[in-house]
Design a protein around this ligand. Structure first.
Ligand code: AMP
Length: 218
């Protein structure tokens, strides 16, 4: 399966992508994670990306598209993947299609996680991530065993710079502006399915599993 997960920040794309990749052996490609890693390492890409990410703005399309295409190109052609956080606009979607066409592969399904604003704000303001391994937690919904410490690697749990309230609002505004065209693009292509992003992780996984049964995938 070559899958795109669409949805505003806080819709649960990242959490669900991790579950799906574990369950089905697909590769999880998260542009947010790749960019944050570059920022932490202080690479040229990271320094450039940081300027935009701090404000909740989109990193320029050419930078992000190059990054994603590079990852996909290095996968075996039969390998399934889940794209999380990409594409974010129509230009990125077209870029992706061109790159996949060159590799002789196609997206099988696009899932839009439609999520209500109250759920988003509650999820994002409670979200904590491990500084060391990037694992996600939520103060109420997925608390770590020991406060402030990652269950997996013992790293420190922090609030993402862009999960602060003012930046959340900007990210949601930016997402809303870009998303309409993207949804109608995939609707036209006959690839779009909509599922409620308000569901908890387990229920959402069940709903998605039902959808996957309708599609033949690798
Ligand atoms: P996310 O973790 O997906 O919410 O992404 C965090 C931030 O990384 C976003 O607010 C953007 O600044 C940047 N970013 C992630 N994915 C993209 C993308 N596809 N295009 C442009 N910027 C992106």
């Amino acid at each position: 399966m070559r899958l795109i997960l669409l949805g505003p920040p806080g819709a649960g794309k990242g959490t669900q992508a991790v579950v799906l990749s574990k369950e089905f052996g697909w590769v999880h490609i998260s542009t947010g994670d790749i960019l944050r890693e570059a920022v932490d390492k202080g690479t040229n890409l990271g320094l450039e990306a940081k300027k935009y990410m701090k404000k909740g703005e989109l990193v320029p399309d050419n930078i992000v598209s190059r990054m994603v295409v590079d990852r996909i190109t290095h996968l075996p052609s039969s390998k399934g993947f889940v794209l999380d956080g990409y594409p974010r606009n129509e230009a990125q979607a077209l870029n992706l299609e061109n790159a996949l066409a060159k590799l002789g592969i196609k997206i099988d399904m696009v899932i839009y996680l439609k999520t209500s604003p109250e759920v988003i704000i509650s999820r994002l303001s409670g979200r904590r991530v491990c500084k060391k391994c990037g694992a996600n937690y939520h103060m109420r919904n997925i608390p770590p065993k020991k406060e402030g410490m990652c269950d997996k690697c013992g790293g420190e749990l922090i609030q993402r710079e862009d999960d602060k309230e003012q930046t959340i609002r900007n990210r949601l505004r930016v997402y809303g502006e870009q998303t309409k065209k993207l949804l109608s693009h995939y609707e036209k292509e006959g690839l779009l399915k909509t599922v409620s992003g308000d569901l908890d992780v387990h229920r959402l996984f069940q709903e998605l599993s039902v959808l996957f049964k309708e599609v033949r995938f690798t």
